[in-house]
Write a protein that binds this ligand. Structure first.
Ligand code: ZN
Length: 203
């Protein structure tokens, strides 16, 4: 399986990063070992001093497809989950300055905590999904899929022009504003609506 992550899919997050709005989706990838299974702690890595959380809705692909049209994209997923795209902001800044690839900042082991649950899309209004992240019980990010620049279906259609999507692939759909640092001892909890989707303890 592969993990595809979308960058700058919320206008206010692009603004807080001083980045332009994309004309087409920006994506990058994480390896399968980036997945942090539910209930597993995240160990703060030695290579960074500035790991940030980015809470994101996650599409689980459940059918093989290539060159999928936007119109039919909805047939390629049936559940939505929630995850975090952990980012080593200090390394990312260096990569950006040097024009280097982002992998060391984005694709490290455990950098993609994933919810235990996925919600059937019939139970959601796809263009109006509320979600939020708490850090030590304080709400730090609040998002709604209505604010995405590119919809789930547009993302699937775009990505599938470049690579075949397969069953089990995950698409992290971008983060709303409010990203920030984590520290050892923090407890992060993600919610869709009021349903708790994951807890991540930072050790
Ligand atoms: Zn992200």
């Amino acid at each position: 399986m592969k993990i595809i992550c979308i960058g700058r899919n919320y206008a206010k997050h692009a603004k807080e990063m001083n980045a332009d709005l994309p004309q087409s989706p920006l994506f990058f990838m994480k390896p399968d070992v980036a997945i942090l299974r539910p209930g597993t702690p995240f160990y703060y890595p030695n290579f960074s001093k500035d790991i940030h959380f980015e809470c994101e809705l996650v599409i689980k692909i459940d059918r093989v497809g290539k060159n999928i049209s936007e119109k039919f994209a909805h047939k390629y997923y049936s559940e939505i989950g929630l995850g975090i795209d952990f980012t080593a902001r200090d390394l990312q800044q260096k990569c950006k300055e040097k024009g280097h690839p982002w992998e060391i900042a984005k694709s490290f082991e455990g950098s993609a905590p994933l919810s235990k649950y996925f919600i059937p899309k019939e139970d959601l209004e796809l263009d109006n999904i509320d979600f939020y992240l708490t850090k030590n019980k304080e709400k730090v990010q609040i998002g709604n899929s209505a604010d995405m620049i590119f919809t789930f279906d547009q993302l699937i259609s775009y990505i599938s022009q470049f690579m075949t999507l397969k069953k089990g692939d995950l698409i992290f759909t971008g983060t709303p504003e409010g990203v920030g640092p984590i520290a050892i001892g923090d407890e992060l909890k993600g919610y869709i609506g009021e349903q708790e989707m994951f807890t991540v303890n930072v050790k």
